[in-house]
Design a protein around this ligand. Structure first.
Ligand SMILES: Cc1cc2nc3c(=O)[nH]c(=O)nc-3n(C[C@H](O)[C@H](O)[C@H](O)COP(=O)(O)OP(=O)(O)OC[C@H]3O[C@@H](n4cnc5c(N)ncnc54)[C@H](O)[C@@H]3O)c2cc1C
Length: 415
């Protein structure tokens, strides 16, 4: 008789655990509170722009090996697109300077010796000053580890860490910054190729996972919110879905892959991150000029990254908490003026737009919050935790979420 594994939450952590466990040895049931899978990584039809868009632009890098493995398993690796080499075009809105960072494939960062590949205004020696970031201490911030100023900081380190940590970098945990730098810049250009889901997050990451699970007889129950957990000595005895109580057999297991605030309300005594940072996305329905790169980094603006999708330009602002109270149309106009300048498009009229503000996009990647992240195991032998907020050693990212799901699945399999 196969074991039943109940996975709570159909975000990427829950889905990756389900994909790993959907074998003839297990019966997998995913329970999702909302009417859709994907969690913070989702697509939806937006009436204002009249098209299907993502809640937020998501960037992967070719070094995100767990995410690429996941896509390989569910058969949608080819849906990620990106340039053949690790190239990042940038524009400084103040000085109007444009440059392209071009990382060489090898591990040795030889590109720093080539003025045409590195950040303008920097010397090869400047890069050495950032070396302490490679071994960031868990009790230190980025600001306590390196000097957060100068051309190298504002042209490379700040945009990279702001995007990856979703926090103003000087406040960010040096340990998390080190993990990002070790897995990207220090791993060479082969690990830094930017990849995006051009046709949308759901068709790339979510729907193929649901199809994969369906083909392996795993069940995904939407609008099936876990309301409570019944504990009995050292194990979970039953799951309470409101009208329905599901008793667990002795060999059954539960992977709780919900956001930290939901996990804390279900599991007594659990310490979890409890501070968050927002991400703001602005979407404009307009065709990008032919020469527009798929991803353009912006310095000295409200806009941080411009993504070009078919029929749409989309902007990401990480650590966007200061924009949460700005009036929506005003924000759309401010951002559009910058996009128009960057893309050589007319500033008037404002194209059809949408602003999506995710208030709790990620946990705040501070030293204190990083220390509140639990591992996958709990006091209860058949209850495992997963989610980008568990202690993966990475900031809250797709890669972290998928690694956490894989880790929980491995622990269940070993039991
Ligand atoms: C706007 C935005 C932009 C981002 N950009 C990037 C990026 O560029 N690159 C990158 O790598 N990452 C990015 N991220 C982060 C990435 O989206 C997350 O790290 C990842 O999606 C988290 O997945 P998860 O499964 O851990 O959590 P979630 O996606 O939050 O999934 C948790 C699921 O649990 C469900 N749930 C909650 N309570 C219950 C319950 N009681 N019962 C049943 N189900 C429940 C929720 O509905 C949800 O579906 C971004 C995030 C946002 C919001």
């Amino acid at each position: 008789m196969p074991h039943t594994v109940h996975i709570i939450g159909a975000g990427l952590a829950g889905l990756s655990a389900a994909v790993r466990l959907a074998t003839p040895h297990n019966r997998v049931i995913v329970h999702e509170a909302t009417a859709f899978a994907g969690g913070r990584c989702r697509s939806y039809h937006d009436a204002s722009v009249g098209m299907t868009i993502d809640n937020g632009n998501h960037l992967l890098l070719s070094g995100n090996h767990a995410a690429l493995d996941f896509l390989g398993t569910i058969g949608s690796e080819q849906r990620l697109i990106g340039p053949p080499a690790a190239e990042f075009p940038f524009l400084d809105l103040k000085s109007r300077a444009r440059w392209t960072l071009r990382f060489k494939d090898g591990r040795l960062p030889l590109w720093v010796f080539d003025p045409k590949r590195r950040v303008p205004g920097t010397r090869a020696l400047d890069y050495l000053s950032m070396a302490p970031l490679l071994w960031g201490r868990p009790d230190r911030t980025v600001g306590e580890t390196v000097a957060c100023k100068g051309a190298l900081y504002s042209g490379l380190i700040e945009p990279l860490l702001l995007a990856a940590l979703n926090i103003d970098p000087p406040q960010g945990s040096a340990r998390l910054a080190a993990a990002v730098i070790r897995e990207t810049l220090a791993a060479g250009g082969r690990a830094c190729r930017p990849l995006i889901a051009r046709d949308g997050l759901a068709p790339t990451l979510i729907e193929p996972a649901l199809n994969y699970l369906a083909s392996r007889a795993a069940l995904v129950r939407l609008e099936h919110q876990l309301r409570g957990i019944r504990f009995e000595s050292k194990r979970v005895a039953a799951l309470d879905f409101g009208g329905e109580i599901v008793a667990l057999g002795d060999a059954d297991a539960v992977i709780l892959a919900v956001p930290p605030y939901a996990a804390a309300s279900l599991v007594p005594g659990l310490t979890v991150p409890n501070e968050f940072r927002a991400i703001v996305n602005a979407h404009f329905r307009i065709d990008a000029p032919a020469e527009q790169p798929p991803i353009l980094g912006i310095v000295n603006g409200t806009t941080q990254w411009i993504f070009a999708f078919p029929g749409r330009l989309s902007v990401t602002v990480s650590a966007g908490d200061a924009l949460l109270d700005t009036q929506r149309e005003q924000l759309a106009r401010t951002i559009w003026v910058e996009v128009a300048q960057a893309s050589a498009l007319p500033a008037e009229p404002l194209p059809p737009w949408q602003i999506v503000r995710e208030r709790r996009a990620t946990f705040a990647a501070t030293v204190a919050q990083d220390q509140r992240r639990p591992g996958a195991r709990t006091t209860w032998r058949n209850l495992l935790l997963a989610g980008d907020w568990t202690n993966t050693g990475l900031p809250a990212t797709i890669e972290g979420a998928i690694r956490s799901g894989n880790r929980a699945a491995k622990l269940v399999s070993e039991q």
